[in-house]
Design a protein around this ligand. Sequence first.
Ligand SMILES: NC(=O)c1ccc[n+]([C@@H]2O[C@H](COP(=O)([O-])OP(=O)(O)OC[C@H]3O[C@@H](n4cnc5c(N)ncnc54)[C@H](OP(=O)(O)O)[C@@H]3O)[C@@H](O)[C@H]2O)c1
Length: 247
Amino acid sequence: MKRVVIAGVSGAIGGALATRLIERDPEVRVIGLCRNPERAPEALHAHGRSAVLAWDAEGENAATAAAAALESILSREEGIDTFIYAAGLLHGTDIFPEKRLEDLSAASLARSFAVNATGFSMLAQALLPWLRHREFKRVAAISAKVGSITDNGFGGWYAYRSSKAALNMLVRNLSIELPRRCKPVACVSLHPGTTESALSEPFSQSLAKLKVHSARATACNLLDVLDAVVDEDNGRFLSWDGSELPW
Ligand SMILES: NC(=O)c1ccc[n+]([C@@H]2O[C@H](COP(=O)([O-])OP(=O)(O)OC[C@H]3O[C@@H](n4cnc5c(N)ncnc54)[C@H](OP(=O)(O)O)[C@@H]3O)[C@@H](O)[C@H]2O)c1
């Protein structure tokens, strides 16, 4: 991984991924995307070969604008070899995981789909010109196990679950199209494991029974998985320990 774009780099997992990539290889170039570039990790700002660009998954033409800004930093010919989508929305102003049908709101569903699913596909579309080279490339969406339809035995969390299921379908579709257009490539969904972050914070008490990883540990786990990914892994849903999850 030498030329990497990470969307959601102001988040715990996205930020830890960027920091770890820079720590382990000072030659890497990481381009971080997030709503407020000043919230990106210090390592990214301090690293001369890297940059942070403004991007809001809910903004109009956000992906096209981010790609236009990327062009002045990294040429299409140079390309990127890794795109990681680490933006995500579980709760926020007027949004909280639904327990029952009456809790659903069209606005929350729309926002969740915009950040958890649509943002990924629009960026993949805008970044396609950077993926059309002959080196092996990784396209990875940070999804969630609760987005697995097969694994859903509890219900609830309608907007989050269904938008992550949509993200998984986008990954699966892309994993069929991308090899035709920019082989060699592996497009995967990744479950990061429960991780300390603003997203998981309101659930820390109920998560106490589960193993909760630091964002740094999650970044190391996910990079181990991504390092090991080969073309044959294209179209798979992988957990943080490398095991396969059902769609
Ligand atoms: N933490 C966990 O236990 C866990 C478990 C399973 C899956 N995941 C997934 O892992 C990914 C990273 O989550 P995290 O734990 O690192 O949470 P986090 O610290 O809350 O990070 C969320 C990221 O999403 C960004 N985001 C939210 N709305 C956005 C928008 N409209 N446009 C652009 N970016 C937006 C945030 O940007 P701002 O800084 O601007 O808010 C932030 O960079 C998410 O996809 C999440 O669903 C996390």
